[in-house]
Design a protein around this ligand. Structure first.
Ligand SMILES: [Zn+2]
Length: 333
């Protein structure tokens, strides 16, 4: 039997199909529809799962269940996703589980997108050697998660929101409505707003030419990467600002938690890779209370598929009989 994992993001929907050994045997990636609200997004998820199953040369009846990692607030029991500001018209509460279950005919598991991505890194990716880690995922927004003693620390349900750690009191406006959060400096939405503001004030950049050339209507991670490669001055400034802000937030969190590793992921983190992470490490160092014993700072190893893989892992815990877990679903053994 196969498991499907869906990583629902502000710009793309990524699906991965996992075989019983945890190998990715099919996938599909489509843009998140921007103009049809939550119903349009849910329809696109169904389409993407079906085409990923085709890619895996399997039938929907081979599917054991679908795990979905979504932004915003998740109510697992109610099967709803609320306040997902990075998704189109998704500020209220949307019933997700029931709609997807009716359309696909299989059980649906829901969890926070960043949390599933961080658990995937902890179990199968860059975090495997460590029992404690901090994940910082820079994408449309900035998400985070904390693993302590190999367990995701959920707090009262909302732990890990490092994107809203204040790095500049009364600083730039954050998409959450507050000021000076990390996400206001290191989330792609906020970075794009700042780039557009600078262009309006007469600053020059190739960012928007590259965006058009790539047929995009947003500054996706690949657009930033290309502009950096071309030594675009504004792109460099805004990326350096993001690195500086992530470093400050990471150092504060490390001083508090003393984790073994900091894993940088998300679209921007994965696309910009080691140079981005190296500069985050540099930015972090002066703020560490124990600089002689810094944590490892690493790029997420599962890349673009981490969120979808982690979401697929949600299925095994709830659907497989407990006796099967060790043999069927422990791909890292
Ligand atoms: Zn914020």
């Amino acid at each position: 039997m196969l498991r499907a994992g869906v990583d629902l993001g502000g710009t793309k929907i990524q699906v991965a199909i996992l075989d019983p050994d945890g190998n990715v045997v099919g996938q599909c990636r489509i843009p998140t529809p921007q103009d049809a609200g939550p119903p349009g997004v849910l329809t696109a998820i169904v389409t993407a799962v079906r085409s990923a199953m085709l890619d895996a040369q399997a039938e929907t009846s081979d599917l054991m269940g679908v795990g979905l990692g979504a932004p915003g607030q998740i109510d697992h029991a109610a099967g709803t996703v609320s306040h997902a500001g990075n998704l189109p018209d998704w500020l209220g509460t949307v019933a997700v589980t029931s709609v997807l279950r009716d359309a696909l005919g299989v059980p649906i598991e829901l969890a926070n997108d960043v949390q599933v991505g961080i658990m995937a890194e902890s179990k199968l990716g860059a975090g495997r050697p460590y029992s404690s880690l901090l994940g910082i995922f820079c994408g449309t927004g900035v998400g985070g998660g904390v693993v302590l003693n190999d367990t995701l620390w959920l707090g009262r349900g909302a732990a890990g929101e490092i994107g809203h750690m204040v790095v500049v009191p009364n600083g730039e406006k954050c998409p959450c409505g507050r000021r000076g959060c990390l996400e206001a400096y290191a989330g792609r939405s906020a970075m794009e707003i700042e780039a557009r503001r600078r262009v309006k004030h007469g600053h020059k950049t190739d960012l928007f030419h590259i965006m058009q050339h790539k047929g995009r209507d947003r500054l996706a991670s690949g657009v930033w990467a290309k502009a950096l490669a071309q030594q675009d001055k504004m792109a460099k400034q805004l990326i350096h600002r993001a690195e500086w802000a992530v470093g400050i937030a990471a150092a504060s969190a490390v001083n508090l938690l003393d984790v073994e590793a900091v894993i940088i992921g998300g679209g921007l983190g994965c696309r910009l890779g080691p140079p981005f992470v190296d500069r985050i490490r540099e930015s972090m160092m002066p703020h560490l209370i124990l600089p002689e014993r810094p944590p490892q700072v690493l790029v997420a190893a599962l890349g673009d598929l981490g969120g979808a893989t982690g979401a697929a892992l949600l299925v095994e815990h709830t659907v497989s009989p407990p006796g099967d877990l060790a043999t069927v679903t422990d791909p890292d053994e």
